[in-house]
Design a protein around this ligand. Structure first.
Ligand SMILES: [Zn+2]
Length: 443
């Protein structure tokens, strides 16, 4: 049983939602991305190219004159005529047993055109991944010869094939938006149920329990009545579907008169995890790789190479090969060299029986050897994929008394916490303001 499941058993009473949740849309900087548009030639019959004059007219802007001179909007009229003459599109959702070929045949596409479309789609998308539920649309002009084909492959992504004198295919990525959301609630019953009722992702119970481990016991200490505030980010498609995993940016929980606040890596907090008690920095976790994505967390997981369930003894940070890896705290080098599946590793002891391990390194800092003393933030090597790794990443491990512990929760334990007063205060203030602004919208 996983941790969430355990938490779900903790209480039976109902919860009270104080604030509920709100959404605030922040458009992402990038417009929809066209990944590639490689034209390929086509032997099949093609629609004649549009006359040049039509293109020229399409580029004029009669809309500014129209209100004064009452001229007809010629390009719009042409569009309207074209649209009126166009045959209706053919579309069908893939059912089990359907193939691309059978679908195109059903749409009345002839053989040469069919193979041209298939080749073009295959240049952009692995057709072996076609699944029931995907949708194929064939669009026509005024003749029953298709002018374009669209294959919707889930999560808002579409492969578009344009059929003209050449055939070209491109991938249209969904116009995803990063949406910041805030939820406030009062715990009653289990935290899992409380989050669920307030519309906050329940997986956060696990994340929060892990990071507050040692300060707050989410099972015992939450008796009911504690206020919980959470700020998080979600990636959403235009139709409101959430994609990917929601990520927490801020959480506040008051337990027996103590206010605990947590900042996860963000624009405000930088790449650190910071924990505060009553507004004062309690713990500041410095990652061994700056601005890297945490690609795998600590705990049981399906092994990416061997395929079976294994305990993941550390966390993985995905980063480009050659990215500097730094010591997370002051200590003494205990081992430098090759260690089986870990590949090239550096191990550092920090006192209190605590050891950190940095694995899959592409290279170790020249001259670094056992017995050397290092400070926090000292470069010790660079990211690579030596040993058993699917790609360049840093496997970072913390062991206490030889036993692997969750680095996100324990990285700062027993050694250099590097408090950074000004930065920590500013990060907390900025994040609190973000939360308040969102919670305000809801009020
Ligand atoms: Zn790993």
């Amino acid at each position: 049983m996983n941790k969430i499941g355990t938490m779900g058993l903790l209480g039976l009473a109902s919860i009270m939602t104080v604030g509920g949740t709100t959404a605030w849309r922040m458009p992402m900087a990038e417009p929809p991305r066209i990944l590639s548009a490689a034209p390929t030639s086509l032997a099949a019959p093609a629609e004649p190219a549009a006359p040049k004059v039509a293109v020229a007219m399409a580029e004029t802007r009669p809309v500014t004159l129209q209100p004064y001179l009452d001229l007809p909007d010629i390009p719009s009229s042409l569009e309207a005529i074209r649209a009126a003459l166009a045959l209706p599109p053919w579309s069908k959702t893939l059912d089990p047993g359907d193939t691309l070929g059978s679908m195109l045949e059903a749409a009345g596409v002839d053989s040469p055109m069919k193979s041209a479309i298939t080749d073009a789609l295959a240049s952009e998308y692995d057709l072996r991944k076609l699944k029931p539920g995907y949708e194929l649309r064939v669009l026509y002009g005024s003749t029953p010869v298709p002018v374009s084909v669209e294959l919707a492959v889930g999560e808002g992504k579409t492969i578009e094939v344009t059929l003209g004198s050449t055939v070209s295919a491109r991938t249209i990525e969904p116009e995803a938006e990063q949406v910041a959301r805030a939820g406030a609630l009062e715990v009653e019953g289990s935290i899992y149920a409380s989050l669920d009722r307030a519309g906050v992702p329940t997986g956060f119970a696990n994340d929060l329990g892990r990071i507050l481990d040692g300060f707050v016991d989410m099972r015992r200490d939450l008796q009911g009545g504690e206020r919980l505030s959470i700020l998080w980010d979600e990636t959403m498609l235009p139709d409101g579907t959430a994609v990917g995993r929601p990520t927490m940016r801020y959480a506040a929980v008051d337990v027996e008169g103590m206010l605990y606040e947590v900042l996860w890596p963000s624009e405000d907090a930088g790449s650190r995890h910071s924990i505060y008690r009553n507004g004062a920095l309690l713990k500041d976790l410095v990652p061994p790789v700056e601005n890297a994505r945490l690609s795998s967390v600590f705990g049981p997981r399906r092994h990416p190479i061997f395929g079976d369930m294994r305990q993941h003894t550390g966390v993985d940070y995905a980063a480009m090969r050659g990215t500097p890896v730094k010591s997370t705290a002051a200590g003494r080098i205990a081992f430098v060299g090759w260690r089986g599946g870990y590949g090239k590793v550096v191990e550092i002891t920090h006192g209190n029986d605590t050891m950190t391990r940095y694995a899959h390194l592409d290279a170790i800092r020249p001259g670094l050897s056992a017995g050397d003393v290092v400070a926090a933030d000292d470069p010790i090597g660079v990211v690579g994929d030596t040993g058993t790794a699917t790609g360049p990443n840093l496997h970072f491990e913390v062991r206490i008394g030889g036993r692997p512990v969750d680095p996100i929760a324990h990285q700062g334990d027993g050694f250099d916490k590097r408090p950074d007063g000004q930065r920590a205060k500013a990060a907390l203030a900025a994040t609190r303001a973000d939360f308040a602004a969102l919670a305000e919208i809801d009020a």
